[in-house]
Design a protein around this ligand. Structure first.
Ligand code: NDP
Length: 246
């Protein structure tokens, strides 16, 4: 129940969806949490209140994940306000589902800036601040392992990059007992991928369990990887996709 008591966690993009559920799940297990947000200040404030109601400390920072300098500063501010850093969850991400012919180079720059460059910048800033035995947990996608629908070129490419980063980090940080892993969600009902959205039908057709997942089901997997029982799990992917890629 309280296995993360005293731990200091940062969740990027913690104002809505999987990030918000993750921040709350970590706090429920005892962690103090800094979340970042870009556009949703009110939603971020609601998450902060919910964490505080659990008796944990919470801070929300406005940090655009596409601005790598701001991202690094945000990580340092988070560690300063928490008094250290044990867990970084790289969650902030954007989608871009369209045929390759319809995606512009501006789309490529926008998606890679958030999903790859922002993740790299946050991690680079966090590594010297993380405690030994700390945790790096990155939100990838089951599309990095198997693509089941058309229109995924840019998004799948961005999430595959995260897998490469995570594996390399596991090798580099193993001597400090810092683990690095990717959670690979399947279809999860959020603003990014609503269960009644235009792409829902084609995704549902590939699910072994006939429903979209809930953000709390991804948050639970993140909390597990952040906890003491997962100390020997590193450099791997945990797919939570209702059998979407089975
Ligand atoms: P949502 O769109 O519902 O929420 C995205 C979150 O990221 C929000 O809190 C948003 O904050 C934040 N965010 C977006 N852009 C930025 C930015 N430039 N700077 C800072 N924060 C930003 O997405 P999900 O919760 O569905 O997705 C979370 C992660 O899980 C993403 O990495 C996504 O790719 C991944 N994922 C999701 C799946 C799904 O089916 N939902 C499937 C596979 C992976 P704000 O509103 O303040 O901008």
């Amino acid at each position: 129940m309280n296995e993360l008591l005293g731990k200091k966690a940062m969740v990027t993009g913690g104002s809505r969806g999987i990030g918000a559920a993750t921040a709350i799940a970590l706090a429920e297990k005892g962690a103090d949490v800094v979340i970042t947000y870009n556009a949703s200040a009110d939603a971020a404030a609601t998450v902060v209140k919910e964490i505080e109601s659990l008796g944990r400390r919470a801070v929300a920072l406005a940090v655009d994940a596409a601005d790598a300098v701001a991202v690094g500063d945000g990580v340092r501010r988070a560690a300063e306000s928490l008094g250290g850093l044990d867990i970084l969850v790289n969650n902030a991400g954007v989608g871009a589902i369209a045929p390759i012919a319809d995606l512009t180079l501006a789309d490529v720059d926008r998606v890679l800036a958030v999903n790859v460059r922002g993740v790299y910048a946050a991690t680079q800033a966090a590594v010297p601040l993380l405690s030994d035995g700390g945790r790096l947990i990155h939100l990838g996608s089951c599309a990095a392992g198997r693509v089941t629908t058309p229109g995924m070129t840019l998004y799948a490419m961005s999430k595959s990059a995260v897998t490469g980063l995570s594996k390399a980090l596991a090798r580099e940080l193993g001597p400090r007992r810092i683990t690095s892993n990717v959670i690979q969600p399947g279809p999860i009902n959020t603003d990014m991928n609503p269960a009644d959205g235009p792409f829902a039908g084609v995704q549902r057709a590939n699910l072994a369990i006939d429903r979209f997942g809930d953000s709390t089901e991804i948050a639970a997997a993140v909390a597990y990887l952040a906890g003491p029982d997962a100390a020997f799990i590193t450099g791997t992917e945990l797919t939570v996709d209702g059998g979407h890629t089975a």
